[in-house]
Ligand binder design. Sequence first.
Ligand SMILES: [Zn+2]
Length: 198
Amino acid sequence: MKHSPLVQGLIDAFTCLPGVGPRSAQRMAYHLLERNREGGGHLAEALTSAMEGVRQCSRCRNFAERDLCPICLDSRRDQSQVCVVSSPADVLAIEHSGEYRGRYFVLLGQLSPIDGMGPRQIGLDQLEQQIQAGDISEIILATGTTVEGEATAHYILEMVHGTAVTVSRIAQGVPMGGDLEFVDGATLAHAFRGRRPV
Ligand SMILES: [Zn+2]
């Protein structure tokens, strides 16, 4: 049996979510149509609002609903200390640890030429501008220990070479690259305190 066009369209739309194949997508679509029309309507509204209203902070690339995110606007934080992370989820995890009082730079990815992720795609030209402008005194690399995370860290190190910016990496042994959210706050706080100059 074939689905009607509208139902098929809904199922296809759900498959854009990570880990959702055709079968799960069908289950979700049927659930909303059969049992939760109100929830479906709410989901549609929330999706539209978020997709239209959430953009990237012009300074750190984290999600923001204005030009600058609340962290970049916070004058009580050290705006010259910058922690470089792969994803907004990493920011959340580090904030949760309560250890860090600087700001962030969110790559929204990692260097991976095979996947079409070059320096520009992850905003490294923007980071370089901030370094050249003298806005940054310290960079803390928290891009993770995967091959891509290492390559990204290496690229940033090259970029900083010859400038007055000091660079450190948070302690090894912490799985990262979007996975920081699974690390407990105490471990992350420890990793921050144990950061080493590179
Ligand atoms: Zn920001």
